[in-house]
Design a protein around this ligand. Structure first.
Ligand code: NAD
Length: 370
């Protein structure tokens, strides 16, 4: 049997521990029913870490994250810690992890499960069966570029400055992530920028095209201006497979795509770093939602975003596509069977708690995958 995968569990705050408990049950199921082994270490992050150690991320936890095969993250934050100094806020724990692990590629799938197609604000036929992946560059571009700031001009008015800046290596590495993902999916990449009005966009387009031609000629590559991509996402989202884009446009396009699917409680994500000599990337998997303090401790949290993040971990960090498919099928079947947590409740369906949704997933896995 292959050596165990080393996973660091960071449940965090609010509903983080509640949804992560259901993920843990699925990992236990995989260990007992499939030939995969996991070594799971658990740590504190965010407000929970602050309460125990006075910091949202200890050096030991950071070390464990740097040495794990993958990190599974719940959520951080909550009103209890709102008044802390900026540097101690729970969210700093996540930001520090992203920075130290150099997680430059953010993967946000937008998947519409058949049973939830009616929950989208778009017409059912536009979104039913949707399965696209947005790859957003996460550590460069206008959110980090220098110079930046607000200055006062000689005439007394003010000027705000941010700088969109990308280097070829930054573009190349995120482009490669996009092409590699497409190779495991439908083999199509659309690169989005504003090459019509931005030099950084021209460089982006040229570098993505070159990486394609030199390394991934078997993948179909198209280029689209980001504003057109925004329109196409609501006009005909199923035309896309993988979209690769920069930090700013990716921020907007990934939220737009997410809303095609309905609820925050259904959205997984992954953030990937550079590959080592074995091809293994540092990686952190987390639901898109936050710690949801308004529903914490009430059994109302939808665990599916976190469960689907686990499926991404199996697929992208551990090459366990069969197990990932199994989990995604179990989610789809449980929804088709009519079970809903409160956030995705529809008339005529059965409203269930976090753990009852987890029970149903395990039952379904027993049925389709044991
Ligand atoms: P949120 O995502 O926590 O909640 C927004 C709304 O969606 C709430 O009404 C919540 O009840 C609901 N919701 C979220 N996830 C759900 C789930 N799985 N099941 C059912 N309903 C769900 O965002 P917010 O309210 O803006 O932020 C709350 C706290 O979370 C803040 O402290 C914020 O800083 C933090 N936050 C953390 C992360 C993260 O850890 N990655 C992301 C976003 C927000």
């Amino acid at each position: 049997m292959a050596s165990n995968k080393n996973i660091l569990f960071l449940p965090g705050d609010g509903i983080g521990p509640e949804v992560m408990a259901e993920v843990r049950r699925i990992l236990d199921w995989l260990e007992s029913k499939r030939a995969v082994g996991f070594d799971i270490n658990e740590g504190l992050v965010g407000g929970a870490s602050y309460d125990a150690h006075g910091t949202p991320l200890t050096d030991d936890t950071l070390d464990a994250a740097m040495n794990a095969d993958a990190v599974m993250f719940g959520a951080v934050g909550g009103p209890k810690w709102d008044d802390l100094d900026f540097s101690l806020k729970p969210e700093r724990g996540l930001l520090k992890l992203r920075k130290e692990m150099d997680l430059f590629a953010n993967l946000r799938p937008a998947i519409v499960f058949e049973a939830l197609a009616e929950a989208s604000t778009l017409k059912k036929e536009i979104v039913a069966g949707l399965d696209i992946m947005i790859v957003r560059e996460l550590t460069g571009g206008i959110y980090f570029g220098e110079p930046r700031g607000i200055e006062r001009l000689a005439d007394g008015t003010r000027r705000g400055v941010n700088t969109q800046v990308y280097t070829t290596p930054e573009i190349e590495r995120v482009a490669r992530v996009g092409f590699e993902l497409a190779a495991k999916r439908n083999k199509r990449v659309c690169s989005a920028e504003k090459a019509n009005v931005m030099e950084s966009g021209i460089l982006w387009r040229e570098d993505v095209q070159r990486i394609h031609d030199e390394e991934y000629p078997e993948i179909e590559l198209t280029h689209m201006y980001a504003d057109n991509a925004a329109m196409q996402l609501v006009r005909d989202p199923k035309q896309f497979d993988v979209i690769v884009t920069d930090n700013l446009f990716g921020d907007i396009l990934s939220d737009e795509a997410a809303m095609l699917t309905g609820s925050l409680g259904m959205l997984p994500s992954a953030s990937l770093g550079a590959a080592d000599e074995m091809g293994q990337r540092r990686a952190l998997y987390e639901p898109v939602h936050g710690s949801a303090p308004d529903i914490t401790g009430q059994g109302l949290a939808n665990p599916l975003a976190c469960v689907l993040s686990l499926a991404m971990m199996l697929r992208y960090s551990f090459d366990l596509a069969g197990e990932a498919d199994l989990i995604e099928s179990a989610v789809s079947n449980v929804l088709s069977g009519g079970l809903r947590t409160a956030d995705i409740m529809q008339p005529g369906k059965a409203k269930v708690s976090t753990s009852v949704m987890g029970d149903a997933l395990i039952r379904e896995l027993d049925k389709i995958g044991a």
